[in-house]
Design a protein. Structure first.
Length: 552
Protein backbone atom coordinates (compact mmCIF):
# COMPACT_ATOMS: atom_id res chain seq x y z
CA UNK A 1 0.00 0.00 0.00
CA UNK A 2 1.08 3.45 -0.52
CA UNK A 3 3.38 4.84 2.04
CA UNK A 4 3.54 8.34 0.74
CA UNK A 5 1.50 6.07 3.86
CA UNK A 6 -1.85 1.12 -0.94
CA UNK A 7 -3.55 -13.82 -5.72
CA UNK A 8 -6.16 -13.75 -7.83
CA UNK A 9 -3.90 -12.81 -10.70
CA UNK A 10 -6.88 -11.86 -12.67
CA UNK A 11 -7.29 -12.30 -16.42
CA UNK A 12 -10.22 -11.18 -18.51
CA UNK A 13 -9.83 -14.05 -20.92
CA UNK A 14 -13.11 -15.52 -19.73
CA UNK A 15 -15.11 -16.18 -22.85
CA UNK A 16 -18.52 -16.10 -21.24
CA UNK A 17 -20.35 -14.05 -18.68
CA UNK A 18 -19.95 -16.03 -15.52
CA UNK A 19 -22.33 -15.75 -12.63
CA UNK A 20 -19.75 -16.52 -10.01
CA UNK A 21 -21.17 -17.40 -6.64
CA UNK A 22 -18.03 -16.73 -4.69
CA UNK A 23 -15.91 -17.63 -7.70
CA UNK A 24 -13.20 -15.47 -9.21
CA UNK A 25 -11.69 -15.89 -12.67
CA UNK A 26 -8.89 -18.35 -13.17
CA UNK A 27 -5.42 -17.40 -12.00
CA UNK A 28 -2.18 -17.80 -13.92
CA UNK A 29 0.22 -20.63 -13.12
CA UNK A 30 1.70 -20.80 -9.61
CA UNK A 31 -1.07 -18.75 -8.03
CA UNK A 32 -2.58 -19.83 -4.75
CA UNK A 33 -5.59 -22.10 -4.61
CA UNK A 34 -8.96 -20.72 -5.75
CA UNK A 35 -11.32 -19.04 -3.31
CA UNK A 36 -13.74 -21.20 -1.40
CA UNK A 37 -16.63 -18.77 -1.25
CA UNK A 38 -16.77 -18.93 2.55
CA UNK A 39 -17.42 -15.51 3.98
CA UNK A 40 -15.79 -16.06 7.36
CA UNK A 41 -12.59 -17.98 7.87
CA UNK A 42 -10.10 -18.25 10.69
CA UNK A 43 -6.52 -19.38 10.86
CA UNK A 44 -4.33 -20.93 13.48
CA UNK A 45 -1.33 -18.83 12.46
CA UNK A 46 -1.38 -17.18 15.89
CA UNK A 47 -1.52 -20.23 18.15
CA UNK A 48 -2.42 -20.19 21.84
CA UNK A 49 0.05 -21.57 24.35
CA UNK A 50 -0.99 -24.45 26.54
CA UNK A 51 -2.30 -23.86 30.07
CA UNK A 52 -2.83 -20.13 29.58
CA UNK A 53 -5.83 -18.68 31.45
CA UNK A 54 -8.58 -17.18 29.36
CA UNK A 55 -8.00 -13.43 29.15
CA UNK A 56 -10.53 -10.64 28.85
CA UNK A 57 -11.51 -10.42 25.17
CA UNK A 58 -9.68 -7.15 24.60
CA UNK A 59 -6.74 -6.63 22.27
CA UNK A 60 -4.14 -3.87 22.54
CA UNK A 61 -2.03 -3.52 19.40
CA UNK A 62 1.24 -1.63 19.68
CA UNK A 63 2.37 0.18 16.54
CA UNK A 64 5.04 2.64 15.50
CA UNK A 65 2.88 5.50 14.25
CA UNK A 66 -0.63 6.88 14.27
CA UNK A 67 -3.21 6.69 11.50
CA UNK A 68 -3.34 9.65 9.15
CA UNK A 69 -7.06 9.34 8.37
CA UNK A 70 -9.91 6.90 9.02
CA UNK A 71 -11.62 7.74 5.74
CA UNK A 72 -10.40 4.70 3.82
CA UNK A 73 -10.57 6.24 0.34
CA UNK A 74 -8.35 9.13 1.46
CA UNK A 75 -5.75 6.89 3.11
CA UNK A 76 -2.41 6.03 1.56
CA UNK A 77 -0.64 4.58 4.61
CA UNK A 78 -0.77 1.22 6.32
CA UNK A 79 -1.37 2.68 9.79
CA UNK A 80 -4.69 4.06 8.56
CA UNK A 81 -5.73 0.84 6.83
CA UNK A 82 -4.92 -1.27 9.90
CA UNK A 83 -7.88 0.41 11.55
CA UNK A 84 -10.25 1.03 8.64
CA UNK A 85 -10.31 -2.63 7.50
CA UNK A 86 -11.97 -3.47 10.80
CA UNK A 87 -14.60 -0.73 10.60
CA UNK A 88 -15.43 -0.52 6.88
CA UNK A 89 -15.76 -3.35 4.36
CA UNK A 90 -15.32 -3.86 0.64
CA UNK A 91 -17.51 -5.49 -2.00
CA UNK A 92 -14.96 -8.27 -2.39
CA UNK A 93 -12.38 -9.64 0.03
CA UNK A 94 -9.01 -11.29 -0.23
CA UNK A 95 -8.48 -14.69 1.34
CA UNK A 96 -7.06 -14.31 4.86
CA UNK A 97 -3.50 -15.21 3.86
CA UNK A 98 -3.25 -14.43 0.12
CA UNK A 99 -4.72 -12.23 -2.61
CA UNK A 100 -7.22 -14.69 -4.02
CA UNK A 101 -10.69 -13.13 -4.29
CA UNK A 102 -13.69 -14.22 -2.24
CA UNK A 103 -17.11 -12.66 -1.57
CA UNK A 104 -17.39 -9.64 0.68
CA UNK A 105 -20.37 -7.31 0.83
CA UNK A 106 -21.13 -8.69 -2.63
CA UNK A 107 -21.95 -12.39 -2.53
CA UNK A 108 -22.01 -13.05 -6.31
CA UNK A 109 -20.82 -11.38 -9.47
CA UNK A 110 -21.23 -11.74 -13.20
CA UNK A 111 -18.78 -10.63 -15.90
CA UNK A 112 -19.98 -9.92 -19.44
CA UNK A 113 -18.14 -11.72 -22.27
CA UNK A 114 -16.50 -8.48 -23.44
CA UNK A 115 -15.19 -7.69 -19.95
CA UNK A 116 -16.93 -4.32 -19.91
CA UNK A 117 -19.90 -4.99 -17.62
CA UNK A 118 -19.73 -6.33 -14.05
CA UNK A 119 -22.92 -7.08 -12.13
CA UNK A 120 -22.75 -7.63 -8.37
CA UNK A 121 -25.40 -9.20 -6.16
CA UNK A 122 -25.16 -7.66 -2.69
CA UNK A 123 -25.78 -9.39 0.60
CA UNK A 124 -29.14 -8.52 2.11
CA UNK A 125 -29.98 -7.48 5.65
CA UNK A 126 -26.69 -5.72 6.41
CA UNK A 127 -26.76 -2.49 8.41
CA UNK A 128 -24.20 0.26 8.75
CA UNK A 129 -23.15 1.02 12.33
CA UNK A 130 -25.53 4.01 12.36
CA UNK A 131 -28.49 1.71 11.66
CA UNK A 132 -28.96 2.68 8.01
CA UNK A 133 -29.19 0.05 5.29
CA UNK A 134 -26.30 -1.20 3.22
CA UNK A 135 -27.67 -1.46 -0.32
CA UNK A 136 -26.98 -0.69 -3.97
CA UNK A 137 -27.66 3.02 -3.52
CA UNK A 138 -24.94 3.15 -0.86
CA UNK A 139 -22.44 1.58 -3.24
CA UNK A 140 -23.34 4.04 -6.00
CA UNK A 141 -23.09 6.96 -3.57
CA UNK A 142 -19.57 5.96 -2.54
CA UNK A 143 -18.32 5.52 -6.08
CA UNK A 144 -19.83 8.82 -7.19
CA UNK A 145 -18.09 10.53 -4.29
CA UNK A 146 -14.76 8.93 -5.22
CA UNK A 147 -14.85 9.46 -8.97
CA UNK A 148 -16.26 12.99 -9.14
CA UNK A 149 -13.93 15.78 -8.07
CA UNK A 150 -16.94 18.11 -7.97
CA UNK A 151 -18.89 15.92 -5.55
CA UNK A 152 -19.59 17.94 -2.38
CA UNK A 153 -18.01 15.18 -0.25
CA UNK A 154 -14.95 14.70 -2.42
CA UNK A 155 -13.25 17.59 -0.67
CA UNK A 156 -9.67 18.63 -1.27
CA UNK A 157 -8.22 15.14 -0.75
CA UNK A 158 -6.72 13.59 -3.87
CA UNK A 159 -8.15 10.05 -3.41
CA UNK A 160 -4.87 8.73 -4.79
CA UNK A 161 -5.93 5.11 -4.84
CA UNK A 162 -8.96 5.80 -7.00
CA UNK A 163 -6.86 7.82 -9.42
CA UNK A 164 -4.23 5.08 -9.65
CA UNK A 165 -6.48 2.05 -9.87
CA UNK A 166 -9.17 3.45 -12.19
CA UNK A 167 -7.18 5.69 -14.51
CA UNK A 168 -8.09 9.08 -13.12
CA UNK A 169 -11.39 10.74 -12.26
CA UNK A 170 -14.72 11.37 -13.99
CA UNK A 171 -14.29 13.45 -17.13
CA UNK A 172 -10.59 12.68 -17.49
CA UNK A 173 -9.33 10.87 -20.57
CA UNK A 174 -8.01 7.78 -18.81
CA UNK A 175 -10.93 7.22 -16.42
CA UNK A 176 -11.92 3.60 -16.85
CA UNK A 177 -15.41 3.54 -15.27
CA UNK A 178 -18.25 4.59 -17.56
CA UNK A 179 -21.02 4.27 -14.97
CA UNK A 180 -22.08 2.70 -11.67
CA UNK A 181 -25.81 1.99 -11.47
CA UNK A 182 -28.21 0.50 -8.92
CA UNK A 183 -30.32 -2.03 -10.86
CA UNK A 184 -32.40 -2.83 -7.78
CA UNK A 185 -31.79 -2.48 -4.02
CA UNK A 186 -29.34 -5.39 -4.01
CA UNK A 187 -27.81 -5.30 -7.50
CA UNK A 188 -25.09 -2.96 -8.75
CA UNK A 189 -23.86 -2.71 -12.34
CA UNK A 190 -20.46 -1.33 -13.33
CA UNK A 191 -19.81 -0.43 -16.97
CA UNK A 192 -16.20 0.10 -18.06
CA UNK A 193 -14.90 2.03 -21.06
CA UNK A 194 -12.34 -0.69 -21.73
CA UNK A 195 -11.30 -3.93 -20.02
CA UNK A 196 -9.36 -3.59 -16.78
CA UNK A 197 -7.60 -6.81 -15.90
CA UNK A 198 -7.18 -6.18 -12.14
CA UNK A 199 -10.72 -4.79 -11.68
CA UNK A 200 -11.88 -7.42 -9.17
CA UNK A 201 -8.59 -7.26 -7.28
CA UNK A 202 -8.95 -3.50 -7.07
CA UNK A 203 -12.40 -3.74 -5.51
CA UNK A 204 -10.97 -5.86 -2.68
CA UNK A 205 -8.40 -3.21 -1.76
CA UNK A 206 -9.12 -1.57 1.62
CA UNK A 207 -9.23 1.92 0.07
CA UNK A 208 -12.50 1.00 -1.67
CA UNK A 209 -14.46 0.21 1.48
CA UNK A 210 -18.10 1.27 1.51
CA UNK A 211 -18.97 4.01 3.99
CA UNK A 212 -22.39 4.97 5.32
CA UNK A 213 -23.82 7.71 3.06
CA UNK A 214 -25.77 9.09 6.02
CA UNK A 215 -22.60 9.37 8.10
CA UNK A 216 -20.73 11.01 5.22
CA UNK A 217 -23.50 13.57 4.86
CA UNK A 218 -23.61 14.12 8.62
CA UNK A 219 -19.88 14.55 9.20
CA UNK A 220 -18.74 15.84 5.83
CA UNK A 221 -14.95 16.03 5.71
CA UNK A 222 -15.00 15.18 9.41
CA UNK A 223 -15.82 11.58 8.44
CA UNK A 224 -12.06 10.98 8.53
CA UNK A 225 -12.34 11.12 12.33
CA UNK A 226 -15.80 9.51 12.58
CA UNK A 227 -15.81 6.42 10.32
CA UNK A 228 -19.04 4.46 9.97
CA UNK A 229 -19.10 1.20 8.03
CA UNK A 230 -20.49 -2.33 8.20
CA UNK A 231 -17.40 -3.98 9.68
CA UNK A 232 -16.93 -6.21 12.72
CA UNK A 233 -15.91 -3.28 14.91
CA UNK A 234 -17.45 0.12 15.62
CA UNK A 235 -15.32 3.22 16.00
CA UNK A 236 -15.31 4.66 19.54
CA UNK A 237 -12.53 7.19 20.05
CA UNK A 238 -9.32 8.61 18.57
CA UNK A 239 -6.73 10.27 20.80
CA UNK A 240 -4.26 11.65 18.27
CA UNK A 241 -0.80 10.08 18.42
CA UNK A 242 -1.93 7.92 21.33
CA UNK A 243 -4.79 5.47 20.82
CA UNK A 244 -7.70 4.52 18.59
CA UNK A 245 -10.41 2.45 20.28
CA UNK A 246 -12.93 0.15 18.59
CA UNK A 247 -15.72 -1.93 20.11
CA UNK A 248 -17.50 -5.08 18.98
CA UNK A 249 -20.28 -4.69 16.41
CA UNK A 250 -23.07 -6.60 18.15
CA UNK A 251 -25.12 -6.69 14.92
CA UNK A 252 -22.33 -7.90 12.65
CA UNK A 253 -23.62 -9.89 9.70
CA UNK A 254 -21.07 -12.73 9.82
CA UNK A 255 -22.02 -15.36 12.43
CA UNK A 256 -19.64 -16.08 15.30
CA UNK A 257 -17.43 -13.02 14.95
CA UNK A 258 -16.00 -10.80 16.17
CA UNK A 259 -14.62 -12.63 19.18
CA UNK A 260 -13.13 -9.56 20.84
CA UNK A 261 -15.18 -7.06 22.82
CA UNK A 262 -12.71 -4.22 22.29
CA UNK A 263 -9.58 -3.38 20.31
CA UNK A 264 -7.11 -0.57 20.99
CA UNK A 265 -4.42 0.60 18.56
CA UNK A 266 -1.68 2.18 20.69
CA UNK A 267 1.21 4.28 19.37
CA UNK A 268 4.64 3.42 20.79
CA UNK A 269 7.16 4.92 18.33
CA UNK A 270 10.32 3.10 19.44
CA UNK A 271 10.66 -0.54 18.39
CA UNK A 272 12.51 -1.59 21.54
CA UNK A 273 10.06 0.18 23.82
CA UNK A 274 7.22 -1.55 21.98
CA UNK A 275 8.80 -4.97 22.59
CA UNK A 276 9.30 -4.11 26.26
CA UNK A 277 5.60 -3.25 26.46
CA UNK A 278 4.74 -6.60 24.90
CA UNK A 279 6.94 -8.54 27.31
CA UNK A 280 5.39 -6.74 30.29
CA UNK A 281 1.84 -7.35 29.05
CA UNK A 282 1.08 -3.67 28.47
CA UNK A 283 0.25 -4.56 24.85
CA UNK A 284 -0.75 -7.86 23.27
CA UNK A 285 0.52 -7.59 19.70
CA UNK A 286 3.20 -5.48 18.02
CA UNK A 287 4.55 -4.68 14.58
CA UNK A 288 7.96 -3.27 13.66
CA UNK A 289 9.88 -6.03 15.41
CA UNK A 290 13.61 -5.49 15.02
CA UNK A 291 15.04 -8.56 13.23
CA UNK A 292 17.68 -8.89 15.93
CA UNK A 293 14.92 -9.39 18.50
CA UNK A 294 13.34 -12.36 16.74
CA UNK A 295 15.37 -14.96 18.62
CA UNK A 296 14.50 -13.45 22.00
CA UNK A 297 10.82 -13.64 21.09
CA UNK A 298 11.19 -17.28 20.03
CA UNK A 299 12.89 -18.06 23.33
CA UNK A 300 10.17 -16.51 25.47
CA UNK A 301 7.40 -18.98 26.32
CA UNK A 302 4.98 -16.11 26.93
CA UNK A 303 5.40 -14.76 23.39
CA UNK A 304 4.97 -15.98 19.81
CA UNK A 305 6.59 -14.86 16.56
CA UNK A 306 4.41 -14.26 13.48
CA UNK A 307 5.76 -14.10 9.91
CA UNK A 308 4.14 -12.10 7.13
CA UNK A 309 4.29 -13.37 3.52
CA UNK A 310 6.56 -10.80 1.75
CA UNK A 311 5.04 -8.52 -0.89
CA UNK A 312 6.80 -5.18 -0.52
CA UNK A 313 9.71 -2.97 -1.48
CA UNK A 314 11.75 -0.44 0.48
CA UNK A 315 13.33 2.23 -1.69
CA UNK A 316 15.41 5.39 -1.96
CA UNK A 317 13.81 7.81 -4.40
CA UNK A 318 14.59 11.16 -5.98
CA UNK A 319 12.58 14.27 -6.72
CA UNK A 320 13.55 14.33 -10.40
CA UNK A 321 12.29 17.90 -10.85
CA UNK A 322 15.06 19.15 -8.57
CA UNK A 323 18.68 19.49 -9.60
CA UNK A 324 20.88 17.52 -9.69
CA UNK A 325 18.42 14.61 -9.67
CA UNK A 326 16.93 15.67 -12.99
CA UNK A 327 20.12 14.16 -14.43
CA UNK A 328 19.95 10.41 -15.11
CA UNK A 329 23.71 9.98 -14.60
CA UNK A 330 23.48 11.50 -11.12
CA UNK A 331 20.72 9.06 -10.19
CA UNK A 332 22.74 6.15 -11.56
CA UNK A 333 25.80 7.36 -9.65
CA UNK A 334 23.85 7.32 -6.41
CA UNK A 335 22.69 3.79 -7.23
CA UNK A 336 26.30 2.61 -7.50
CA UNK A 337 26.99 4.13 -4.06
CA UNK A 338 24.26 2.11 -2.31
CA UNK A 339 25.46 -1.06 -0.59
CA UNK A 340 22.19 -3.00 -0.66
CA UNK A 341 23.64 -6.22 0.73
CA UNK A 342 25.26 -4.28 3.54
CA UNK A 343 21.92 -2.65 4.36
CA UNK A 344 20.14 -6.01 4.39
CA UNK A 345 22.82 -7.58 6.59
CA UNK A 346 22.99 -4.68 9.04
CA UNK A 347 19.36 -3.66 9.39
CA UNK A 348 17.17 -6.60 8.36
CA UNK A 349 18.89 -9.42 10.25
CA UNK A 350 18.64 -11.75 7.29
CA UNK A 351 14.87 -11.28 7.02
CA UNK A 352 15.06 -9.51 3.63
CA UNK A 353 16.72 -9.73 0.24
CA UNK A 354 18.35 -6.95 -1.80
CA UNK A 355 15.90 -5.46 -4.30
CA UNK A 356 16.59 -5.00 -8.01
CA UNK A 357 13.11 -3.96 -9.19
CA UNK A 358 10.23 -2.09 -7.63
CA UNK A 359 8.15 -5.27 -7.89
CA UNK A 360 9.11 -8.13 -5.56
CA UNK A 361 9.93 -11.60 -6.93
CA UNK A 362 6.72 -12.95 -5.37
CA UNK A 363 4.60 -10.93 -7.81
CA UNK A 364 4.10 -12.37 -11.29
CA UNK A 365 5.70 -10.40 -14.11
CA UNK A 366 8.91 -9.87 -12.12
CA UNK A 367 11.89 -9.37 -14.44
CA UNK A 368 14.63 -11.65 -13.13
CA UNK A 369 16.84 -11.02 -16.19
CA UNK A 370 17.86 -7.57 -14.93
CA UNK A 371 21.32 -7.58 -13.34
CA UNK A 372 21.64 -5.08 -10.52
CA UNK A 373 24.34 -2.43 -10.35
CA UNK A 374 27.11 -3.50 -7.98
CA UNK A 375 28.30 -1.40 -5.06
CA UNK A 376 31.06 0.50 -6.88
CA UNK A 377 32.18 3.86 -5.52
CA UNK A 378 34.66 4.48 -8.35
CA UNK A 379 31.93 3.99 -10.94
CA UNK A 380 29.74 6.35 -8.94
CA UNK A 381 32.45 9.04 -8.95
CA UNK A 382 32.95 8.59 -12.70
CA UNK A 383 29.25 9.11 -13.41
CA UNK A 384 29.12 12.17 -11.17
CA UNK A 385 32.04 13.68 -13.08
CA UNK A 386 30.36 12.94 -16.41
CA UNK A 387 27.21 14.64 -15.11
CA UNK A 388 29.18 17.77 -14.23
CA UNK A 389 29.61 17.16 -10.50
CA UNK A 390 33.25 16.00 -10.11
CA UNK A 391 33.33 17.30 -6.53
CA UNK A 392 29.87 16.11 -5.59
CA UNK A 393 27.14 18.34 -4.17
CA UNK A 394 25.04 19.11 -1.09
CA UNK A 395 21.52 17.78 -0.73
CA UNK A 396 19.02 16.42 1.78
CA UNK A 397 18.05 12.83 2.55
CA UNK A 398 14.64 12.41 4.15
CA UNK A 399 14.37 9.54 6.65
CA UNK A 400 11.12 7.89 7.73
CA UNK A 401 10.23 8.65 11.37
CA UNK A 402 8.29 5.43 11.97
CA UNK A 403 8.98 1.73 11.39
CA UNK A 404 7.19 0.14 8.46
CA UNK A 405 7.03 -3.53 7.64
CA UNK A 406 9.36 -2.98 4.68
CA UNK A 407 11.80 -0.82 6.68
CA UNK A 408 11.93 -0.99 10.48
CA UNK A 409 15.12 1.11 10.82
CA UNK A 410 14.63 4.09 8.52
CA UNK A 411 16.82 6.49 10.49
CA UNK A 412 19.73 4.05 10.73
CA UNK A 413 19.52 3.19 7.03
CA UNK A 414 19.62 6.91 6.24
CA UNK A 415 22.76 7.27 8.34
CA UNK A 416 24.42 4.35 6.53
CA UNK A 417 23.54 5.87 3.15
CA UNK A 418 24.82 9.24 4.31
CA UNK A 419 28.22 7.73 5.09
CA UNK A 420 28.51 6.04 1.69
CA UNK A 421 27.37 9.13 -0.17
CA UNK A 422 30.07 11.16 1.58
CA UNK A 423 32.66 8.84 0.04
CA UNK A 424 31.71 10.07 -3.45
CA UNK A 425 31.40 13.72 -2.48
CA UNK A 426 27.66 13.90 -1.77
CA UNK A 427 26.98 15.80 1.45
CA UNK A 428 23.50 14.61 2.44
CA UNK A 429 21.83 16.23 5.44
CA UNK A 430 19.31 13.89 7.07
CA UNK A 431 15.83 15.34 7.53
CA UNK A 432 12.97 13.76 9.47
CA UNK A 433 9.65 14.85 10.93
CA UNK A 434 6.31 13.55 12.21
CA UNK A 435 4.83 10.83 9.95
CA UNK A 436 1.77 12.62 8.57
CA UNK A 437 3.84 15.73 7.90
CA UNK A 438 6.55 13.63 6.26
CA UNK A 439 4.04 12.15 3.83
CA UNK A 440 2.36 15.49 3.14
CA UNK A 441 5.60 17.34 2.40
CA UNK A 442 6.82 14.58 0.10
CA UNK A 443 3.52 14.77 -1.71
CA UNK A 444 4.06 18.51 -2.12
CA UNK A 445 7.52 17.91 -3.62
CA UNK A 446 9.67 19.49 -0.91
CA UNK A 447 12.11 16.56 -0.69
CA UNK A 448 15.39 15.90 -2.55
CA UNK A 449 16.15 12.25 -1.81
CA UNK A 450 13.81 10.28 0.44
CA UNK A 451 13.25 6.86 1.96
CA UNK A 452 9.87 5.21 1.64
CA UNK A 453 8.35 1.95 0.53
CA UNK A 454 5.32 0.15 -0.74
CA UNK A 455 3.39 -2.93 0.27
CA UNK A 456 1.27 -4.43 -2.49
CA UNK A 457 -2.50 -4.25 -2.19
CA UNK A 458 -3.77 -6.86 -4.60
CA UNK A 459 -1.05 -9.17 -5.98
CA UNK A 460 -1.06 -7.60 -9.46
CA UNK A 461 2.07 -5.90 -10.89
CA UNK A 462 -0.11 -2.96 -11.89
CA UNK A 463 -0.47 -2.29 -8.18
CA UNK A 464 3.30 -1.76 -7.92
CA UNK A 465 4.35 -0.25 -11.22
CA UNK A 466 1.34 1.91 -11.98
CA UNK A 467 0.94 3.13 -8.42
CA UNK A 468 4.62 3.96 -7.97
CA UNK A 469 5.28 5.48 -11.41
CA UNK A 470 1.93 6.91 -12.54
CA UNK A 471 2.89 10.43 -13.74
CA UNK A 472 -0.22 11.95 -12.17
CA UNK A 473 0.54 10.78 -8.66
CA UNK A 474 4.11 9.59 -8.09
CA UNK A 475 6.13 11.45 -5.49
CA UNK A 476 9.28 11.39 -7.62
CA UNK A 477 7.64 13.79 -10.10
CA UNK A 478 8.77 11.25 -12.68
CA UNK A 479 7.27 11.31 -16.18
CA UNK A 480 8.23 8.81 -18.86
CA UNK A 481 5.73 8.48 -21.71
CA UNK A 482 7.11 5.16 -22.92
CA UNK A 483 6.77 3.64 -19.46
CA UNK A 484 3.30 5.08 -18.96
CA UNK A 485 2.04 3.88 -22.34
CA UNK A 486 3.21 0.36 -21.50
CA UNK A 487 1.52 0.40 -18.09
CA UNK A 488 -1.78 1.70 -19.47
CA UNK A 489 -1.82 -0.93 -22.21
CA UNK A 490 -0.86 -3.73 -19.82
CA UNK A 491 -3.74 -2.94 -17.47
CA UNK A 492 -6.30 -3.27 -20.29
CA UNK A 493 -4.74 -6.29 -22.01
CA UNK A 494 -6.58 -9.59 -21.61
CA UNK A 495 -3.69 -11.84 -22.65
CA UNK A 496 -1.78 -12.78 -19.50
CA UNK A 497 1.54 -13.51 -21.23
CA UNK A 498 1.41 -10.18 -23.04
CA UNK A 499 0.90 -8.47 -19.70
CA UNK A 500 3.96 -10.25 -18.32
CA UNK A 501 6.07 -9.16 -21.29
CA UNK A 502 4.94 -5.55 -20.98
CA UNK A 503 5.62 -5.35 -17.27
CA UNK A 504 9.09 -6.81 -17.80
CA UNK A 505 9.82 -4.18 -20.43
CA UNK A 506 8.65 -1.42 -18.09
CA UNK A 507 11.01 -2.70 -15.41
CA UNK A 508 13.93 -2.55 -17.85
CA UNK A 509 13.19 1.09 -18.70
CA UNK A 510 12.78 2.04 -15.05
CA UNK A 511 16.02 0.34 -14.06
CA UNK A 512 17.93 2.32 -16.70
CA UNK A 513 16.29 5.64 -15.85
CA UNK A 514 16.61 5.08 -12.07
CA UNK A 515 13.99 7.47 -10.64
CA UNK A 516 14.17 5.28 -7.55
CA UNK A 517 16.63 2.78 -6.15
CA UNK A 518 14.87 -0.32 -4.78
CA UNK A 519 16.70 -1.33 -1.60
CA UNK A 520 15.12 -4.44 -0.10
CA UNK A 521 12.18 -6.81 -0.07
CA UNK A 522 11.50 -7.47 3.61
CA UNK A 523 10.05 -10.52 5.28
CA UNK A 524 8.17 -8.70 8.05
CA UNK A 525 7.61 -10.13 11.50
CA UNK A 526 5.23 -9.38 14.33
CA UNK A 527 5.19 -10.60 17.90
CA UNK A 528 2.24 -11.42 20.14
CA UNK A 529 1.38 -12.73 23.57
CA UNK A 530 1.23 -16.51 23.60
CA UNK A 531 -2.48 -16.85 24.30
CA UNK A 532 -3.56 -14.91 21.23
CA UNK A 533 -5.28 -16.96 18.54
CA UNK A 534 -6.69 -16.26 15.08
CA UNK A 535 -4.45 -13.40 13.97
CA UNK A 536 -3.42 -14.10 10.37
CA UNK A 537 -0.78 -11.92 8.74
CA UNK A 538 -1.73 -10.89 5.21
CA UNK A 539 0.78 -10.06 2.42
CA UNK A 540 -0.85 -6.63 2.01
CA UNK A 541 -0.28 -5.70 5.66
CA UNK A 542 -4.00 -5.07 6.27
CA UNK A 543 -5.59 -7.62 8.58
CA UNK A 544 -9.04 -8.13 9.99
CA UNK A 545 -9.06 -8.93 13.69
CA UNK A 546 -12.60 -10.33 13.54
CA UNK A 547 -11.45 -13.89 14.29
CA UNK A 548 -8.88 -12.94 16.93
CA UNK A 549 -9.50 -14.16 20.47
CA UNK A 550 -7.80 -15.18 23.68
CA UNK A 551 -7.80 -18.90 24.39
CA UNK A 552 -6.62 -21.10 27.21
Amino acid sequence: MMEWNRNVWYSLTLAVGLFAAGCSPSAPPNSASPPTGEAAQTSEQAQPAANQPVKEQKLIIGRGGDSVTLDAIAATDSESFKVTVNVLETLLNFEPDNTNIRPGLAEKWEIAPDGLTYTFQLRQGIKFHDGTDFNADAVVFNFERWMDKNHPLHGEVSFSYYNDMFGGFKGEEGHIIESVKAIDPHTVEFKLKKPLSPFLNNLAMPAFAIASPAALQKHGLGFKENPVGTGPFVFVEWKRNETITLKKNEQYWQPGVPKLEEAVFKVIPDNTARLTALVSGEIDLMDGLNPDDAESVKGNAELQLLDRPPMNVAYLAFNVEKKPFDNQKVRQAVAYAVDKQGIVDAFYGGSAEPAVNATPPSVWGYNDAIQDRPYDLEKAKQLLAEAGYPNGFKTTLWAMPVPRQYMTEGQKIAEALQQDFAKIGIDAQIVTMEWATYLAKIRQGEQDMYLLGWTGDNGDPDNFLNVLFNPNENRMRYKNKEVQDILVEAASTVDHQKRIDMYKKAQELLFEDAPMIPLAHAKPMMAARAGLSGYVLHPTGSESIAAVEWKE
